[in-house]
Design a binder for this molecule. Structure first.
Ligand SMILES: NC(=O)c1ccc[n+]([C@@H]2O[C@H](COP(=O)([O-])OP(=O)(O)OC[C@H]3O[C@@H](n4cnc5c(N)ncnc54)[C@H](O)[C@@H]3O)[C@@H](O)[C@H]2O)c1
Length: 314
C-alpha cells in the first residue's frame, strides 16, 4: 500500500513529526510545512523523501503550490490551546483562516486529492455534562475550541458542496514519545516527566481532581492512518479517546511509581483561565464500529514507553 505524495502541515510539532515517521515508508514523497512557531526543525526526520518548507499555512500562494503536488493532506498545524487564549488573533489566523485556506486550496488546486485529514480536538466539548461524551455534543468556551470547531464546519461545507474527501478526528490528550515539554499544550505528562528528571515538584493547576482521557500516540496515529485509507471515513467526524477518566493526581502518582521518584512533591497552583474542564472522557464507539479501531495501549503501558523515550532521547 502506498500513499503517494503527501502534505503534512505542522510537521515539526509533536503529532506531525511522529506521523511523518510512521508514513515515511509508504509515501513517495512528503512535503512538510511548518512556521516553527512552536515546532522544532530537528523533530522532522532527515530523508531524501522529505521536503521541509518553513512557512505559514496562511500563505495562499505557497499552499496552492504545495497541494497541487500531493494526493493526501494531513492538516495538523495549529496555534495551541494556551497560545490561543493569550493571542486570539493568532488563533483566528492560524486555526480558522489557515484551516479555511487549506480546504479552499485543496478544492481548487489539488486535482488528485484522495483524503484531507483534519485533526480537531475534544476541547470542543468544553466542560461537558455527559460521559463518555459523544460526537453530537459541543460547548464552545475558549478561542481554541471556537476556531477548531469552525474549521470542522468548513470541512462539512467543502464535503457537501464539493465532495472534498475530508475526514475529521477529534483527538483527546495525546501523549507519547516526541512530545517535548517545551510545548505547553496538553503537555501535562511531558511536564511531569521533565519535573521528575529535574527532581522538581509536579505542578498541578487546581485540586488535581479534574480528569482527562489520555490517548497514547500510537493509538492516535493509527486513527489518522485508518481515516486516510478507509472509504467509510469520508465526510465523517470521529472521537479518538479511550473513554477512561484519570484524575491528574492519579496520573502524578502513576508517574512517580513508573519513574521510581516516589519522593516527588505535588505542588498545587491556582487554575489558569484555560483550565475549565472538570471531567473528560470521550466515546469512541463510532470509530471503533466504522473503522475497526481499538485503543491498544493502557495508560500505564503508554507511560512506561514514554518514560523510556524520555530517559534516552531528551
Ligand atoms: N496533542 C494533543 O493532545 C492534541 C489533542 C487534540 C487535538 N490535537 C490537534 O492535533 C494537531 C497537532 O497537535 P500537536 O500536539 O502536534 O501540536 P503542536 O503544537 O506540537 O504542533 C503544531 C505545529 O504547527 C505549527 N504551526 C503553528 N502555526 C502555524 C502556521 N501558521 N503555519 C504552519 N505551521 C504552524 C507549529 O510550529 C507546530 O510545529 C493540532 O491540530 C491539534 O489541534 C492535538
Amino acid at each position: 500500500m502506498t500513499l503517494g505524495n503527501v502534505l503534512v502541515t505542522g510537521g515539526a510539532g509533536f503529532l506531525g513529526s511522529q506521523l511523518i515517521r510512521k508514513i515515511l515508508p509508504i509515501c513517495r514523497h512528503i512535503y512538510v510545512i511548518d512556521d516553527l512557531s512552536t515546532g522544532q526543525r530537528e523533530a522532522i526526520p532527515s530523508s531524501g523523501k522529505i521536503t521541509f518548507i518553513k512557512g505559514s499555512i496562511t500563505n495562499k500562494k505557497l499552499i496552492q503550490n504545495l497541494v497541487s503536488r500531493v494526493e493526501y493532506i494531513f492538516h495538523l498545524a495549529c496555534s495551541n490551546l494556551l497560545n490561543s487564549s493569550h493571542n486570539l488573533e493568532q488563533d483566528f489566523n492560524t486555526n480558522l483562516y489557515g484551516g479555511y485556506v487549506m480546504l479552499q486550496c485543496a478544492h481548487n488546486h489539488c486535482s488528485n486529492l484522495k483524503r484531507f485529514i483534519y485533526t480537531s480536538t475534544s476541547s470542543i466539548y468544553g466542560d461537558a455534562p455527559i460521559f463518555p461524551t459523544t460526537e453530537d455534543y459541543y460547548s464552545i468556551r475558549l478561542p481554541y475550541a471556537a476556531s477548531k470547531f469552525s474549521v470542522e464546519h468548513y470541512c462539512d461545507v467543502f464535503y457537501h458542496m464539493y465532495q472534498l474527501p475530508v475526514s475529521v478526528l477529534r483527538l483527546s490528550n495525546v501523549f507519547g514519545p516526541g512530545q517535548l515539554p517545551s510545548n505547553p499544550y496538553c503537555g501535562v505528562i511531558a511536564k511531569f516527566f521533565e519535573a521528575v528528571k529535574k527532581k522538581e515538584p509536579l505542578i498541578i493547576y487546581g485540586d488535581g481532581q479534574q480528569t482527562r482521557d489520555f490517548t497514547y500516540l500510537e493509538d492516535a496515529l493509527q486513527t489518522i492512518m485508518l481515516a486516510a485509507i478507509k472509504e467509510k471515513a469520508i465526510g465523517q467526524v470521529y472521537n479518538v479517546g479511550t473513554g477512561k477518566e484519570t484524575t491528574i493526581i492519579k496520573l502524578a502518582e502513576k508517574i512517580k511509581q513508573i519513574t521510581g521518584f516516589t519522593d516527588a512533591i505535588m505542588h498545587f497552583k491556582p487554575k489558569r483561565p484555560v483550565d475549565i474542564v472538570e471531567r473528560r472522557s470521550i466515546d469512541s464507539e463510532k470509530i471503533q464500529k466504522d473503522l475497526q479501531w481499538r485503543a491498544y495501549y493502557s495508560l500505564s503501558k503508554g507511560l512506561a514507553l514514554t518514560f523510556k523515550w524520555f530517559k534516552e532521547d531528551t
